[in-house]
Unconditional design. Sequence first.
Length: 462
Amino acid sequence: MNLFKPVAAARAAKSLDRTLFSRTLPTVAASVRENKLISKYRKQLGQTREVLMVDKFDPIAADPDETLAGQGRKCLILKPDVKISAPETWSPVLQEATKIGDLKIVPFDVTFGYELWPYLDVMRSILPEELHDEIPVGFNTAGHVAHLNLRDRYHPYKYIIGQVILDKNPNIRTVINKTDDVGTKNEFRTFSYEVLAGPDDMRVEISEAGCAFNFDYSKVYWNSKLSGEHDRICAMFKPGEAVADVMAGIGPFAAPAGKKGVFVWANDKNPESYKYLGEIVRRNKVTEFVKPFNQDGHDFIKRAADLVLEASQRGDCAVVKPAKVSRSAPPEKRPEPVRVPVPPTVAHYVMNLPASALEFLHDFKGLYHGQEGLFTPHTNTKLPLIHAHCFAVKADDATALHDICRRIYSELGVQLRPGSAEVEGEVAIHEVRDVAPAKRMFCASFRLPREVAFSPRSRQGI
């Protein structure tokens, strides 16, 4: 039963008239002898599928008899399929309940206002039928902002689409539409936009992995759909390790890693990202572990390794204060702050710039030139794991994997094959998410080959 049939008067409207979506449905109700029976019969008639169940609609209402309603009596609104004059349309449960006098079937008119109409039913009423095949339903969110990427053919209806999305999503206060491609028009992965509904308020607050992120969404890159990938990568970091986050953004990897006691040298070329990264590091109280930088990623790769080694040689450490203890505890029983030393080497490099991260791999040549003694077999320390995000064609076969290996080879001069990041000569290629019908995001993770790490450095890093 379709309660929300298209409203002819709304077709091809360019502005939203909510009154057009108010309709009255003649149906029936089960008047309950005593209100204490409501719960019993709502459950039983729900199981027989006779209760009128609509999203955001309460099927319990005041009795249509004004006298009974004045006494506080309630009724259960039933589906139109239940006919007063046709008991054969009643379930055995309903027949028995009316027989013993618990329920009485009475006429009832239900008014459905715009607030009960699902988003898709509203849009099917408004959009021409030729646009029903791909009605915009998916959007990214950043705090209170919904971010659309509308196809051109929906542009004549963009403001009404934005308004309906605003109406049907109580956590959304601003709806915007992207007007250019992220990463193609701006090296910082920001975008131009237009406001479709709500105020032009792009300052958002987001909570992820136990960290608070507050930033201007129009000035930095953020994608809430990557939260799972942030968690996956951070889970590989061990407390006390050093991580170089080459394209750190505002810190979705760095801040959670700092929370778990991981040292992070976090860099982003965008001055706005660097500004917010510093604020987020301070707000989340990870300044002992996370150090923000504002440099070109090509230069930062080797610089991060040098800075970590220099910090370790200086004896730098993080001082972690113990959990709060009672002020009445004697000084000798109060735990001392824990000093966590900076390790001499970087354990992980993260490069979350899928449009071009693989093009930075040549900068790892000579990363630890002359420092062979820091690694196996001289110590138990392994060379860094590189986690490079990238785009590749979406395919059911190994086409994308071979293409990624080819691109790695063109930068490093070392042939890797799909497999495990912990096996020499192999690369683990993880599928992150689809970004377009024929495009997928991947993460290539591999241990930096010795012949790359210990090769001579050159001025250009190649």
